[in-house]
Design a protein around this ligand. Structure first.
Ligand code: PLP
Ligand code: COI
Length: 365
């Protein structure tokens, strides 16, 4: 309804920004998603009026009525992308219009208003410009950007979606998502729980998908694994994705990744790897792979590597697999050459050390 609406952002800079020393202390060891910058974006939506009150403002808590819809019915969605310090010192994001499009696809599924794509990208630009000193200069670190939208009408009825919403962006300096850095992760096959079913919200980046996933992730950790692997809802055999990443299976120079059937998130990293593969001498198939094929492929040696990919996780090798009644190692359990080649190429484009043949890098300042 509002994709053509032009927003004008009011800018209110913080008068209590962290000192240089405080910021440097955070940047020395940022972890993932633990510390936030000095500013945030807020834009409100009212049915009938559209988007309004767009502003960059000091980072701080929200005050919301306890009856606010999002607290009760989880009408919420989010995005995740990063600002990268380029090798030449400038700052850029990666494919922000792809995130804007996915944000709006999620919004449609969640009966929430779409945000004009230009406003989405402008909100990121404003926040990164205001907090540019928070973009790490340490190799491999970045500023993680978290746009999100919540339903803000204080009302408990469920006969109609919320009439009011708030869109926000916060930013958080980030080191590696996995605390061990780039090293193979172990995964747990979840046959007890289901993340997404046909007709559900699997393709949308809505908080409810993640809320329902924590129990399986906790089970994975209890089993000594780093991450959960989700399987299809019907047979619990076909691989879909991981907790916050898509998966690729490497058969020599052939990559197989689960097709986008509506039950998994259409990852932008996944899409980028598919687009890049040919240039790296690799073929990609979007298809189906069962846990039996995964295990048999590793045991025969035909399936040489498996890797996970996503904004936060970048490209991460999968070293070992465990399920209720099976366990096996992928390759020699280490980081394979195809995984590392793809990772190097992607990271090189994102940080500006490799040519950006696809025009993916969006310079901010
Ligand atoms: N799958 C899930 C469930 C995710 O949360 C993410 C992260 O955003 C991905 C896949 C990878 O998506 P992207 O590459 O766009 O970050
Ligand atoms: C991302 O990679 O951006 C994610 O959203 C993954 C996770 C932190 C939820």
């Amino acid at each position: 309804m509002t994709t053509a609406q032009k927003l004008s952002f009011d800018v209110q800079l913080s008068d209590h920004a962290r000192t240089v020393a405080e910021r440097e202390q955070v940047l020395a060891n940022p972890g993932f998603g633990q510390s936030f910058t000095d500013h945030m974006i807020s834009v409100d939506y009212t049915e009938g009026e559209g988007w309004h009150d767009a502003r960059l403002m000091p980072y701080g808590p929200l005050t919301l009525d306890p009856a606010t819809s999002v607290f009760h019915y989880a009408q919420e969605l989010f995005e995740g992308l990063k600002a990268y310090r380029q090798v030449n010192g400038s700052i850029a994001t990666f494919r922000p219009y792809a995130n804007a499009a996915r944000f709006n696809a999620s919004a449609l599924r969640m009966a929430m208003p779409e945000l004009p794509e230009d406003a989405f990208v402008e909100s990121l630009e404003l926040l990164v410009q205001a907090d540019k000193d928070w973009v790490p200069t340490t190799e491999g670190h970045s500023l993680y950007l978290r746009p999100f939208m919540i339903a803000t009408q204080p009302a408990l009825g469920v006969n109609y979606p919320s009439r009011d919403y708030k869109y926000m962006v916060i930013a958080s300096p980030a080191a590696s998502y996995f605390s061990g850095g780039v090293k193979p992760v172990s995964v747990w096959l979840s046959t007890e729980y289901t993340r997404a079913a046909p007709g559900g919200t699997g393709f949308a980046k809505c908080g409810g998908n993640y809320a329902a996933a924590f129990v399986a992730q906790r089970q994975a950790v209890a089993q000594g694994c780093d991450q959960v692997v989700w399987l299809d809802a019907v047979e619990h055999r076909f691989v879909e994705e991981m907790g916050g990443m898509n998966l690729f299976f490497v058969f020599g120079d052939r990559l197989v990744t689960p097709a986008l059937t509506g039950t998994l998130l259409p990852g932008i990293t996944r899409d980028s790897i598919i687009a890049m593969a040919g240039e790296l001498g690799l073929r990609v198939e979007e298809g189906r792979i069962s846990i039996e094929e995964w295990q048999a492929g590793c045991e025969s040696g035909e399936l040489t590597e498996v890797f996970a990919c996503g904004t936060a996780a970048v490209v991460t090798p999968v070293g070992s697999v465990k399920g209720a009644d099976r366990a096996w190692t992928v390759g020699d359990g280490g980081s394979g050459p195809v995984t590392l080649k793809i990772r190097d190429e992607l990271v090189g484009i994102q940080y500006g050390s490799r040519p950006d043949a696809h025009d993916w890098v969006h310079k901010i300042c």
